[in-house]
Design a protein around this ligand. Structure first.
Ligand code: SF4
Length: 764
């Protein structure tokens, strides 16, 4: 209650090392142990005000002195504590003060804030006598403020649930397959299970998952729905679907919030997040209540609308959104807001005991994204740069770490090696460095050394993952050659490859999580990788397309294996040109790498100059990507060259004749290299299917995603060429969508008369 009613002043996110939870508990025990006989620790207090029950546990009361204490642990200079923290601590203590006076019939009480420094074990006390009447007035003021808001929230919830119960489907009818998907999502939410739903493109997955989850909210008492996506485009589709759902029920008071990354939402990227630097942080909590009210009144808060509300109240839009996550019904954001190690939405769900429904869009991406979230790297070159200008007091500690680091890879003759364990000497040197840097930050709070801070956070992340190190991850050392200097450096990596153990708490915190994608085959691969609960339901939604719509041709006379790449360039160029000559139109050609793609594209330009060609570039900006896609105009002609697994291989919607075919010159297998070979071995040890789990399943998933660009609607027609003899194998074909009718062998046309036709169509 106090957190909501009594927070005032600036937003202040300057880094100050805080005690850990265990240190906090230990600190409280030390203080209690210093108190005299008769001292009462951890006293439960409660009182009712109107229909509000307020309760809490005060840290201690000394009846002999009539003194009520609230203990707060901290590190370092107390003056560095932001004023609003102190204000909040007093508010909490004053509320406890009234609860105690009321329970024990006291007319007055001494209130004492006891700040206990974890490092020095020293107590700093701030104490004042208070009359019970004054404490009562303060208590009632907080309660009134809280009741005003909570009454509004209760009313909102009742109206929301009534409206969701009556919510009509936002379209005139379900598309084929959409009802099947929606029914499965609703059933999973009702039964409290997770759902893995493979559902083809074009059936309306976004509405097909959002609508049933919203309908389940009243009966399943869901507080929130989180719609999580890997890409900005996925968030956009969800917001469009929610807007459409809103149009079908204009009176529905659903609050929708889009979460965006800090660097995209920040209005002052050149400033730091505290009141002395950023004007939108200064007085943030003073203006937050008004901004919050305006925001919930606005209901639909996509990035732009949220920005307008924040600007009107002169508060930071990014931190306003963080507050609003608590008061919204649907939150649309990136995966990391729920699945990351310190994910905000997961933390709020657990601490507030929310009932939530989670929808994970394009869920095949979650495997790689989660691996990144639970992996960590430390680069010795960074440490060595840091040593050269680090504060003198840290030199010894950083030198020791560097020595242990060098000793680690001294015996390693090969450039890359996986280790079973992290040697204790390195772990303790790392731990000592972290402790020393923490102490340094405590002693020098005003000094901001960004390089030191960056290294510190990386080291903390690394050491936390080291504590959890197990067979779900690899620990490897890759030697690196420095740009300057005589010695080798190395890169230490804790490389998560099976995120399941890290994600299971995420699934168990939700009432129901639906993961959906057009490519979740085989389901047991995704279930094993992500750690889906045993009760998870898997469905494969029928495709709304007919086999006649898509001609799938295997070109087994060409091998795209690495050793055959050079020989394959000319036949692939011919295949593309032949098809183009027979059926001019817009095509996408996918390759396993930029180099391979470039070789075929260059040959095409040289041999078939009449065919319009455009290619994906490395690290394209948003505007360049849009220009690439704009070339796929209705009725247009030409070949777009792209890399499998890249920006144009999924999430791209080119219906009708904007795309009439795709050439896929790769199985999409991850590169054969020492790291992937280690992944294969580990997958073999854990699941007994090393090659499939490390190479085949991730590869074919990318192929099916890319091929899925061709048929987008029930009226589309097109062709997919799967170029490699291995596409003819049974175990590969089993992974292709069931509705595809695969032609085993593509036949070369008898003549290659494309030149005349191509120049004619190119002129057109
Ligand atoms: S506007 Fe930017 S700098 Fe200012 S508080 Fe927000 S995120 Fe921080």
């Amino acid at each position: 209650m106090c957190e909501f009613t009594a927070k005032r002043g600036d937003l202040d996110l300057r880094f100050t090392p805080a005690p850990t939870a265990q240190e906090g508990i230990a600190g409280h025990a030390v203080v209690a142990g210093r108190r005299p006989m008769g001292y009462e620790s951890e006293i439960m207090l409660s009182a009712e005000y109107k229909h509000l029950l307020v309760r809490g546990r005060a840290d201690g009361y000394d009846p002999a002195l009539n003194r009520l204490e609230e203990v707060k642990t901290h590190r370092g200079d107390l003056d560095r504590m932001p004023a609003n923290h102190r204000f909040l601590h007093w508010a909490q203590l004053k509320v406890y003060g009234w609860l105690l006076c009321q329970e024990r019939g006291l007319q007055e009480v001494h209130l004492a804030l006891v700040y206990f420094d974890i490092g020095t074990q020293k107590e700093t006390e701030l104490s004042e006598p208070y009359a019970a009447a004054d404490l009562r007035a303060f208590f009632e003021e907080q309660c009134e403020c809280f009741l005003a808001w909570s009454s509004q929230e209760l009313e909102h919830r009742a109206l929301r649930d009534a409206a969701l119960t009556e919510l009509p489907f936002p379209h005139s009818g379900f598309r084929p397959g959409q009802r099947q998907l929606a029914a499965a999502v609703y059933r999973a939410a009702s039964e409290g299970r997770c759902l893995l739903a493979q559902a083809p493109t074009g059936i309306g997955k976004t509405v097909g998952t959002l609508f049933p989850m919203l309908k389940a909210c009243p009966s399943q008492k869901l507080d929130k729905v989180f719609y999580l996506s890997a890409k900005t485009s996925g968030r956009g589709l969800a917001l469009d679907a929610l807007a459409r759902i809103g149009e079908s029920a204009p009176a529905m008071p659903l609050r929708i919030l889009e979460l965006t990354a800090r660097d995209k939402a920040c209005e002052h990227p050149d400033k730091a997040c505290h009141g002395e630097s950023c004007p939108l942080a200064q007085g943030f909590y003073d203006r937050l209540p008004m901004a919050r009210q305006s925001a919930v009144d606005a209901r639909f808060l996509d990035k732009n609308r949220l920005r307008e509300v924040a600007a009107a109240h002169q508060v930071c839009p990014y931190y306003l959104a963080q507050d609003l996550a608590r008061w919204s019904d649907v939150v649309v954001g990136d995966y990391n807001y729920y699945f990351d190690a310190t994910a905000m939405l997961h933390g709020m769900t657990v601490s507030n005991q929310w009932q939530i429904g989670v929808l994970v869009d394009e869920a095949h991406n979650l495997v790689d994204r989660a691996r990144k979230m639970y992996s960590a790297e430390l680069d010795q070159a960074t440490l060595q740069q840091l040593r050269s200008h680090a504060p003198a007091i840290l030199k010894k500690s950083l030198d020791r770490l560097n020595r242990q680091w060098s000793a680690l890879h001294k015996e390693q003759t090969e450039p890359y090696r996986v280790y079973a364990d992290m040697p204790d000497k390195f772990s303790s040197a790392l731990q000592q460095a972290i402790t020393d840097i923490t102490e340094y930050f405590i002693e020098h709070p005003a000094e901001v050394d960004h390089a030191l801070q960056r290294f510190y956070f990386d080291a903390l992340h690394f050491s936390r993952l080291l504590e959890a190190f197990d067979k779900h991850s690899l620990f490897d050392i890759a030697k690196t050659s420095p740009a300057v200097g005589p010695t080798d450096n190395s890169l230490l990596c804790l490389r998560n490859i099976i995120p399941a153990p890290f994600l299971d708490a995420r699934f168990s915190a939700s009432r129901s999580t639906t993961l959906f994608s057009a490519t979740l085959s085989p389901w047991y691969f995704y279930s094993d990788m992500l750690g889906m609960p045993a009760s998870t339901v898997c469905i494969d939604v029928d495709a709304p397309f007919k086999a006649e719509q898509l001609s799938v041709q295997i070109v087994s006379r060409i091998s795209t294996r690495y050793q055959h790449r050079e020989q394959s360039v000319a036949p692939i160029a011919s295949l593309i040109a032949d098809r183009y000559a027979e059926h001019p139109g817009n095509y996408l050609a996918f390759f396993s790498s930029f180099d391979y793609m470039q070789k075929v594209a260059d040959l095409m330009r040289q041999e078939h100059p009449g065919i319009p060609i455009w290619s994906q570039e490395r690290q394209m900006q948003e505007i360049e990507k849009e220009a690439f896609l704009a070339r796929f105009a209705p009725g247009g002609i030409g070949i777009g060259f792209a890399v499998l697994g890249g920006a144009f291989a999924e999430g791209v919607d080119l219906p009708g004749d904007r795309l009439v075919g795709a050439f896929i010159a790769t199985l999409g297998l991850p590169q054969y290299n020492p790291v992937n070979e280690q992944v294969r071995k580990r997958m073999d040890a854990v699941f007994g299917s090393g090659y499939d789990y490390a190479y085949l399943y991730p590869g074919i998933q990318k192929v099916v995603q890319a091929a899925g660009r061709v048929i987008r609607t029930p009226t589309d027609r097109g062709v997919v060429f799967l170029i490699d003899d291995r596409f003819g194998r049974g175990e590969v074909q089993e992974l292709l969508p069931a509705w595809w009718k695969v032609e085993k062998e593509h036949r070369k046309p008898a003549t290659a008369g494309y030149s005349a036709k191509v120049s004619a169509t190119a002129d057109i």
